[in-house]
Every structure is written in structure tokens, then in C-alpha cells.
Write a protein that binds this ligand. Structure first.
Ligand SMILES: [Ca+2]
Length: 258
């Protein structure tokens, strides 16, 4: 499920979204075309410094595809992606994984939408012990999909070559304990250098700490928490159910800009 690439169609979609939000949809393209087909942006921008530079900056676009047309069961009026929290880090730390129980910080993020426990109790200690480089915190909501247009939000992150991974999470709200995100997504590769354009599909995740399975806050706890897994809306039955199959409800795009 990691780096799933959406080629031309997604680029067009993202460009449209960037334009509508007042953010230029320019790209750091111009480097060599990689085997995975990334950096396929048109336009003759100045090439970015290659491979080995220590630092890079990325424009991050999150898209929310959760909308009433595709997910009609009890679709909330105030549907959104909540605060975005995370870290840039190395392989010595992981903040969440499919098949593992949620940490307290991930549980709180998935249940309440807050990111302070994740950042204060998990990311800060990782920074102090040298396994993480920086916190990521975006304290704004991302709207739902309306009339076929995904909600979107754009922000930037700074990367250091010694910490080539990024973890980002945000609650699908309102919900019992559902969230989307990436865990240890790699933006620097020893062979390819800084990756110019990484696109990730975001499945709907269940944090494993609440029993209810409709898009409503709260409900009974599961103690101890179960493994993080997928939950998916079933159009045939009209309800959400735990799933073995990833159902994509959003996307993250990381475009190198410096
Ligand atoms: Ca659950």
C-alpha cells in the first residue's frame, strides 16, 4: 500500500485543487524521470539540487475523499479530517503500524482528533533520543468531499537527510477511532536521492480502541486495544465493517520544492 502513484489524472486533479485554494500548483520537477514514473510534471522549471544535499523542503497536499455520495451511512454534516500530527524521523522509531495496537498518542488522535499526546509524549522523546528530527503539526481541519471535489489542505515540511522518513496522521471526524495517515514514508533514497514527487493513497484505518462502527464520536472502549486495521464502507449493505481490503478515502502528495 505504500507509495502508490497516480499519474497524469491525479496531477491534473491536484493542480485544480491547488489553484482553487490560491496555492500555485508549481512543481519541483525537472529532474530525471525515475523508474517509478514520478516527477512527470510538465514545465521547464530550474532543476533542484541533486541527490546528496543535506536538507530539502516538501510541499504536502492532503486530500479528503470522504463524502456523502460514496459514504452515505450517517454521513455527518461536519465531516472533516482533523488536526494533522506527526514527525520526520529515521528507522529507529515507528509511531504506528497496521497490525499493532495503537500507542496512547495514536489512540487519542484517532478518538478525539487531538495531537498533543502524540507530539508531547511520543515525538518529543524521539527527538530527544535522536530518532526523530522534528514535529509536524497542522492545527486546521480539512473539509470533506463536496460535489465530487475533495477537501484539501497544503502545508510544508522540512526534511534532513539523516531523517529520511515522515509519519503523518489525522482523525476522520467525527468517528469512533478512525484515521488516515502514513507511517515512515520515505522521502530520501540512497540511490535516487530526494524523491521529487511521492503520492500515497490513504486507506481508512480503525485504531482498534472503540467498538462502534458508525461515523459518530465516542462509544465503548476496547481494553486492551486491538490491532490497527482497515474499516471499509460496503455499498452492497450500506454499512461500515472491518475489512481485509484497504478502502482509499484520501491521498497525500509530497512535492520537493527546495
Ligand atoms: Ca474501532
Amino acid at each position: 500500500m505504500r507509495t502508490i502513484l497516480f499519474l497524469a489524472s491525479t496531477c491534473l486533479l491536484l493542480s485544480a485543487c491547488g489553484g482553487s485554494s490560491g496555492t500555485p500548483a508549481t512543481s519541483g520537477g525537472g529532474g530525471p524521470l525515475l523508474e517509478d514514473g514520478s516527477d512527470n510534471q510538465p514545465g521547464g522549471e530550474i532543476p533542484l539540487p541533486a541527490l546528496g544535499v543535506e536538507q530539502a523542503r516538501y510541499r504536502v497536499t492532503i486530500e479528503n475523499d470522504w463524502g456523502v455520495d460514496d459514504f452515505p451511512q450517517g454521513f455527518p454534516d461536519d465531516a472533516h479530517l482533523s488536526l494533522i500530527g506527526g514527525a520526520t524521523h529515521n528507522e529507529a522509531v515507528s509511531f504506528w503500524e497496521i497490525g499493532e495496537p495503537a500507542s496512547r498518542g495514536i489512540e487519542d488522535m484517532a478518538e478525539t482528533g487531538m495531537i498533543d499526546i502524540l507530539l508531547g509524549d511520543e515525538v518529543v522523546p524521539a527527538i530527544e533520543n535522536g530518532s526523530a528530527d522534528s514535529q509536524v503539526a497542522v492545527r486546521e481541519y480539512t473539509g470533506s468531499k463536496v460535489d465530487g471535489v475533495p477537501g484539501s489542505k497544503v502545508f510544508e515540511i522540512a526534511m534532513n537527510r539523516a531523517y529520511p522518513l515522515v509519519t503523518l496522521v489525522t482523525m476522520l471526524g467525527p468517528s469512533p477511532d478512525w484515521f488516515v495517515g502514513v507511517s515512515g514514508e520515505r522521502l530520501y533514497d540512497e540511490v535516487a536521492g530526494w524523491l521529487p514527487d511521492v503520492n500515497v493513497a490513504l486507506p481508512l484505518m480503525d485504531g482498534g480502541t472503540k467498538t462502534d462502527i458508525t461515523p459518530v464520536m465516542g462509544g465503548p472502549d476496547i481494553i486492551p486495544g486491538e490491532a490497527i486495521g482497515y474499516v471499509a464502507y460496503q455499498p452492497a449493505t450500506g454499512v461500515y465493517l472491518p475489512s481485509e481490503v484497504a478502502q482509499i478515502v484520501g491521498r497525500l502528495r509530497f512535492e520537493r520544492i527546495e
